[in-house]
Design a protein around this ligand. Structure first.
Ligand code: KG4
Ligand code: ZN
Length: 354
């Protein structure tokens, strides 16, 4: 691989964001030429969650304008691109992924350039392996194995042991709802809107987390698995009692703070337990819920105090779904010479495998 001046255009459409980024790599340094996201939050907000069919329709509407904008901001022409990167595995909504994959295949066919296939979860994790030099310039940080990642998002909650670039083993996962889903459902129960995580964390800042002692499901189980559906139900019952005036006085902010505390408590304790067992050199917090300030602070403090692992997290705007994370994961794939395809061989692998 000629490591100088490689331009990758990446596409991410697995859920409710239509995103395209263009980066130029030279060795292990790169410049973000453009990083465009068209969010569908406004469309899904009235329903309290993502409506899959609506998401597909919005992607179809937005993908070409986002592509045009990404090329324009990057000041590159289609002919300047060396690779197309696409998220076609690691979970997501099938109708949404179809739009991104078909766009990637068409570009690859027309431009006669290869497609790099990217796993969505690997994208969330690998976007933390960069260091900002200035506004748009970054360098890639080399992994030191074993690493470990807690990936917490609307669709997944996993603890992953990363033994080397190829071998990623899920050592713990949610048995029901994902952590982000729990944030979203608590917000829905309280009538606060979608996505719930950012709203709950903002309101929690002025609440008292000791007001309600919500359950910490599976916190003491002898594995690294999670369960969040019971916590969601506990919040529902408390809110119903509260609405019927049967509870002592507490505010919406107190419910937000207490539920956030319960979710983050479980995530932190389980992570520490996994670190104790596997002694990773680097521990990464990744996924949309990684934007949660309380979780970031809590994990950082505990990991630095109780282990020798280096704690790494993406910058907050890079935590939620975006195409920059797909671009960086694609570069790692290219460096390791894996998952590079001809357009004819690209399909959708909806399995949540990493
Ligand atoms: O990674 P992401 O953008 O999409 C998926 O792959 O699912 O994650 C979205 C999830 C949503 O559930 C959202 O509520 C949650 O991340 N989230 C947060 C915060 N920001 C986003 N959860 C807690 N605190 C936040 N600040
Ligand atoms: Zn995601």
């Amino acid at each position: 691989m000629n490591k100088n001046n490689i331009i990758i255009l990446s596409i991410e459409t697995t859920c409710d964001d239509t995103a395209i980024a263009i980066c130029k790599y030279s060795g292990d340094s790169f410049i973000v030429l453009s990083n465009v996201i068209s969010s569908q939050i406004k469309e899904h907000n009235p329903f309290g969650g993502v409506v899959p069919e609506l998401a597909s329709r919005e992607h179809i509407k937005n993908i070409i304008p986002v592509l045009d904008q990404a090329l324009k901001e990057a000041d590159v022409k289609l002919g300047d691109l060396n690779y197309i990167a696409i998220t076609n595995k690691g979970g997501g909504l099938i109708g949404s992924i179809v739009v991104g994959v078909e766009t990637a295949k068409t570009l690859s066919y027309l431009l006669n350039i290869p497609i790099i296939s990217v796993n969505h979860i690997r994208g969330h994790v690998l976007v933390s392996m960069i260091e900002k030099k200035d506004d748009k310039k970054y360098s890639i940080i080399n992994p030191i194995y074993p690493m470990m990642a807690l990936t917490v998002s609307g669709g997944h909650t996993q603890i992953i042991l990363i033994k080397n670039f190829i071998d990623w083993e899920v050592v713990g996962k949610t048995l029901d709802d994902a952590a982000g889903e729990c944030y979203d459902k608590v917000s829905k129960i309280l009538g606060l809107g979608y996505p719930g995580g950012p709203i709950i964390s903002k309101m929690a800042a002025s609440g008292d987390k000791t007001k309600i002692n919500f359950p910490r499901p599976m916190i003491s189980s002898h594995d690294f698995n999670f369960s969040f559906s019971g916590l969601k139900t506990a919040v529902l019952y408390e809110v119903e009692k509260w609405k019927n005036g049967k509870m002592e006085k507490f505010s919406v902010e107190d419910i937000c703070a207490s539920s956030q505390d319960a979710i983050n408590d479980v995530l932190t304790k389980k992570s520490l337990k996994a670190i104790e067992k596997y002694s990773p050199k680097i521990f990464i917090l990744a996924g949309g819920v990684a934007a949660n300030k309380d979780l970031r602070d809590r994990l950082k403090e505990n990991i630095e105090k109780n282990s020798d692992s280096k704690f790494m997290i993406p910058e907050i705007p890079n935590c939620m779904d975006n195409a920059l994370m797909i671009n960086i994961a694609a570069y790692f794939n290219l460096k390791n010479n894996i998952d590079i395809f001809d357009y004819k061989d690209i399909n959708i692998n909806i399995e949540r495998k990493i």
